[in-house]
Design a protein around this ligand. Structure first.
Ligand code: GDG
Length: 459
């Protein structure tokens, strides 16, 4: 969503996986023109999908970057698949590039993309943004092909992360591994090239989200939910079903809260909206069963005939309904065990009514805790402390809720997603990280440009 806004403004080329798995993937992308944005997408073969995406990206990189060494699966063919697919992506993208294009690569699936493009003669400015955490040296070094990944990242002109902690961890990796020499603040020399590093915490479209939440109050699902709650307070959790989100520990904390606070029985309902993700990865399938069982167990043991304490839903809810549900919640429970940023925390704050805002309970291990430190910040592993935070949030006086919310909302109004894009692109374009004014207007995409755009299909 963030990048679509930026691309619409300046025009440009979007390149990525189509989401399709085919018998035999073609190297030439399918290209679609939509307004001033050109979408170029490539398919993956089943083998590429298994090794590159489900394998290396989601069973090695994802767990290591989320500090879960117990879940890492190292498989040589997955590792080779990851680098092979990146090479193929680079080969598909290279013919579409113009010499003055600025390239912004996103996330852990594409770490080696710049080095593959460089091998094909690409001298463009290339920036990389990692949406997930980068762990400290001792953890990161468990990555298969660790050195190759570090050198791959160093082929970018800029490597951006969500938090100063992630930046520091990455810098430490370069130095401890003897790969990079510091040549300036946040700048390193690696293999004869310079890479600059920095923290760019992603934001949301704060005002638009707040407006959607107001509209969401009249959404049919939101209204039905309000009626079904009676006069009970609502606690909400919204997460992709992922072990990094700490849903299991959260349910444990909620049940601890209920056991310690009988006065709240039948006075509060916790709705956990958790669309399934990556179900073909075995660790996810296992976890899905465990969490469903745990929610059922809590309801069976603590619920009443006329009260279900936890409503656990594996369904996606529409954008407006989600915003409306945040707005009517007394408490937002955002307690990941590790998270790059966590946009739900920001959305929850943006959705609150200023005259009666709900309380955000936020894990100290979410990147968002750097900015939203006026939330009730908790250690998600400490069940009793989280339970106490729930009790405190439900009883917090209006004045304190408003004071906390106002401070957090001011930050969200300053660091919007648009500001994030501009800041990163300005830094990549060569100006300093402190630059706050918009970057120079990038060139618009012209049809019939200098590179052959194969089969441009109007959307
Ligand atoms: C990665 C990093 C980083 C969820 N359920 C529904 C729904 N959602 C939306 C939320 C939010 C988004 O999905 C989830 O974003 P998060 O940031 O919370 O988490 P990841 O998907 O893991 O994202 C994360 C992020 O990248 C950006 O850099 O913050 O740390 O892991 O926007 O609202 N939206 C709707 N229905 C749902 O049921 N409409």
């Amino acid at each position: 969503m963030a990048l679509e806004g930026a691309l619409k403004q300046s025009g440009g080329l979007w390149f990525g996986w189509s989401g399709n798995i085919v018998d035999e993937a073609s190297e030439s992308p399918e290209v679609v023109q939509a307004g001033n944005i050109t979408f170029a997408v490539v398919d993956l073969s089943k083998r590429d999908y298994d090794e590159y995406y489900a394998g290396f990206a989601n069973r090695a990189l994802w767990p290591v970057c989320h500090y879960r060494l117990d879940l890492v699966q190292i498989d040589r063919s997955d590792t080779e698949g990851y680098f092979r697919v990146n090479q193929a992506f680079a080969a598909s993208l290279a013919p579409l590039l113009r010499p003055d294009d600025i390239i912004w690569v996103h996330d852990y699936h594409f770490i080696p993309l710049a080095s593959e493009l460089r091998k094909l003669g690409c001298n463009n400015r290339i920036g990389f943004f990692l949406h997930i955490p980068w762990p400290p040296y001792e953890v990161a070094s468990a990555l298969p092909a660790y050195e190759r990944l570090l050198r791959g990242l160093s082929a970018y002109d800029v490597a951006g992360f969500h938090t100063p902690q992630d930046v520091e961890n990455f810098q430490q990796c370069l130095v401890r591994e003897g790969i990079g020499d510091a040549v300036g603040p946040g700048e390193y020399q690696v293999d004869g090239r310079h890479i600059r590093t920095g923290a760019f915490p992603v934001g949301i479209d704060t005002e638009a989200f707040a407006r959607t939440a107001v509209r969401g109050e009249t959404n049919a699902l939101v209204r039905r939910t309000r009626t079904s709650l009676g006069d009970r307070d609502l606690i909400i959790g919204v997460d992709r079903l992922d072990y990094s989100k700490g849903v299991k520990q959260r349910i444990e904390s909620f049940s601890c809260f209920l056991k310690a606070n009988p006065a709240f029985h039948n006075r509060v309902t916790y709705i956990q909206i958790t669309p399934k993700s990556r179900s073909d990865v075995p660790e996810y399938k296992r976890m899905q069963h465990e969490i469903a069982e745990q929610a059922g167990w809590t309801n069976g043991n603590l619920g009443e005939v006329d009260w279900t304490p936890i409503r656990y839903v594996n369904r996606t809810v529409g954008h407006a309904a989600l915003a409306g549900l945040y707005r009517m919640s007394r408490v937002g429970l955002v307690t990941p065990l590790r998270d790059g940023m966590n946009l739900v925390a920001k959305e929850f704050v943006a959705a609150q009514p200023p005259e009666d805002p709900g309380v955000l309970i936020l894990s100290r291990f979410a990147g968002a805790a750097h900015e939203l430190n006026r939330a009730l910040v908790v250690n998600p592993y400490d069940t009793e402390a989280c339970a106490a935070a729930i009790a405190r949030a439900l009883q917090m006086p209006l004045k304190e809720r408003q004071e906390r919310w106002t401070t957090m909302m001011e930050r969200l109004r300053t660091n919007t997603v648009e500001a994030w894009c501009q800041r990163f692109l300005a830094y990549l374009a060569g100006s300093s990280a402190e630059v706050t004014e918009p970057p120079p207007e990038p060139r618009r995409v012209k049809t019939g440009g200098r590179f052959p755009r194969p089969q441009v299909t109007p959307a």
